[in-house]
Ligand binder design. Sequence first.
Ligand SMILES: CCCCCCC/C=C/C(=O)SCCNC(=O)CCNC(=O)[C@H](O)C(C)(C)COP(=O)(O)OP(=O)(O)OC[C@H]1O[C@@H](n2cnc3c(N)ncnc32)[C@H](O)[C@@H]1OP(=O)(O)O
Length: 299
Amino acid sequence: MALVAGRKTFAAGKTLLLRAGVWLGAEAAARGGNGARRFVSQRVLVESDVTAGIATIKFKNPPVNSLSLEFLTEFIICLEKLENDKTYRGLILTSDCPGIFSAGLDLREMCGKNLAHYAEYWRAIQETWLKLYLSNMVLVAAINGASPAGGCLMALSSDYRVLADNPRYRIGLNETLLGIVAPFWFKDVLVNTIGHRAAEHALQLGLLFQPTEALQVGMVDQVVPEDQVQSTALSVMTEWLAIPDHARQLTKSMMRKATADNLIKQREADIQNFVSFVSRDSIQKSLQVYLEKLKQKKH
Ligand SMILES: CCCCCCC/C=C/C(=O)SCCNC(=O)CCNC(=O)[C@H](O)C(C)(C)COP(=O)(O)OP(=O)(O)OC[C@H]1O[C@@H](n2cnc3c(N)ncnc32)[C@H](O)[C@@H]1OP(=O)(O)O
């Protein structure tokens, strides 16, 4: 078993800096010969069925799968590796943390740090979204837990969403509840999914939808009993993989390119906007109060 930290060269000839975590060499793990491979990094678990061409990424950043910079770095590396390996045509996104898909952006990355950190963090958020939204693979989100804000964005960036039927698993873009504003590209993805009026309503009120409401508004495509989320995601995937790749990929690109280009053409301005917004005293205060409330919830 090969444990590698530091610089790693991937199949496509690209060299990426693995900032954190370890990587279990696919070659070593594949020796079982049953078509299953397993990559392990510290915060992102990748299981794959080579024969079916399907990989599953499990978020593993306890307690709440917040999108910390370390998590995002590992996640981007995994996505890039899978995207470049033509073995994989489909990717299921799910969580390894019981009851939580992802709590969204890590608020600690947005509080009490310097401007360079905020810029680096926001670039990683943008990169993650662009990679998900424009992936050539079929992406199915198997949402097995709460999915606010950035967690919801990851689900919305998939091609299909299956949500576990549990009233505690709420999903939505709740940014206004934190006293912050969802960026225009979060808004664009929501509008593309549920339409303008419903998005305006949901965004202004920071609505977090329970499963039946999420299904009704079109934020998810299916709500199923909790123990059927993974099997449903798999059968949806099989259905989507029956479509010829080139036709499906070109269609996906036709539907999504304008939305992605809208960010790509103003990426630097979007980073500057985030940095100046998040570093305001009033925003820092709102975020700290919100974090404090989360901490005190237990006591
Ligand atoms: C111009 C640009 C403007 C900026 C735009 C930015 C767009 C922002 C997008 C975002 O994603 S902001 C983040 C929004 N996320 C949330 O509001 C979720 C907050 N969390 C929760 O509601 C709950 O934690 C939960 C996910 C429903 C889970 O509940 P549970 O009861 O299981 O756990 P908790 O006890 O609440 O939390 C455990 C532990 O985790 C900490 N924590 C929770 N969420 C976050 C987070 N997003 N970032 C960092 N830390 C988080 C929480 O404080 C607890 O910590 P400890 O008390 O154990 O230290």
